[in-house]
Design a protein around this ligand. Structure first.
Ligand code: PGA
Length: 257
């Protein structure tokens, strides 16, 4: 029998909810979360805004659920008004992950892959696991340069990252044209990109290897099952559909089937 693969189901709430609605969501999620899910190897990771981390961290104490930050700065401390450091994130014992380089950060906040690379190295240095987002725009897809774009983004994001740290990284393939648009790539195509990540990163490190890759971009309860059945995909990063507790729970349950 084929061995079941551990899956990651990541809820990116973006700039939504507040402490009250965020905590209520989590309480309701935990209430409906079936026993079988608790035994599953899969990791369910919530990425709320910084302001909710403390409240949610204490609510999920002792549960299998985990937290991710949606961003961070690379310095440990100093005169960086408005920023959050990796060591500040270490205040929350359920927070293991940090999303880095989300396309909204690259687009609205002009984050470059040079900056993202500094954040990736800082996250690893301080014991956080980076969820690195990469993906092409619609124009790049139409110009058939997706692979070249991904090669450049991955190369820059991983500059100076040790091979022994690769197993701490989740690669999130998020085609920009599929984010929040309702347009999705076919699960098979997403699977091919995940396969390409293995091959390309293997080439970068001059050894065959397998990395952890999740797909993001209009994932919902109707398409998640097929995404989970793809051999090269290790899970999903869910934006819009993660805001509704019932929809997200359905996706989490699909991952356990
Ligand atoms: P979406 O967002 O599921 O709303 O498309 C995904 C993401 O941006 O991470």
């Amino acid at each position: 029998m084929e061995e079941r693969k551990k899956k990651y189901i990541i809820a990116n709430w973006k700039m939504n909810k507040n402490i009250y609605t965020g905590v209520n969501y989590i309480l309701s999620f935990m209430l409906d979360y079936k026993e079988g899910n608790l035994e599953s190897e899969n990791e369910v990771i919530f990425a709320p805004s910084f302001t909710m981390l403390d409240a949610i961290n204490s609510k999920i104490k002792g549960k299998k659920l985990k937290l991710a930050a949606q961003n961070m700065f690379f310095a440990k401390e100093g005169a960086f008004t408005g920023e959050i450091s990796p060591t500040m994130l270490k205040d929350f014992n359920k927070l293991e992950y940090v999303i880095l380089g989300h396309s909204e950060r690259r687009d609205y906040f002009i984050e470059s892959f040079e900056l993202i690379n500094k954040k990736v190295k800082a996250a690893l240095k301080y014991g956080l696991k980076p969820i690195i987002c990469v993906g092409e725009t619609e124009e790049e897809k139409n110009a058939e340069v997706t692979h070249q774009i991904l090669v450049r983004q991955l190369t820059e994001a991983l500059e100076g990252v040790k091979i022994t740290d690769l197993n701490k990284i989740i690669f999130a393939y998020e085609p920009i044209w599929a984010i929040g648009t309702g347009k999705t790539m076919t699960p098979k195509e997403a699977n091919e990109i995940a396969d390409f990540f293995d091959r390309f990163i293997g080439r970068l490190y001059e050894t065959p290897l397998t990395v952890t890759t999740v797909y993001g971009g209009s994932v919902n309860a109707a398409n998640s099952k097929e995404l989970f059945s793809q051999p090269k995909l290790d899970g999903v990063l869910v934006g819009g559909a993660s805001l509704d507790v019932k929809k997200f729970l359905k996706i989490v349950e699909d991952a356990n089937e």
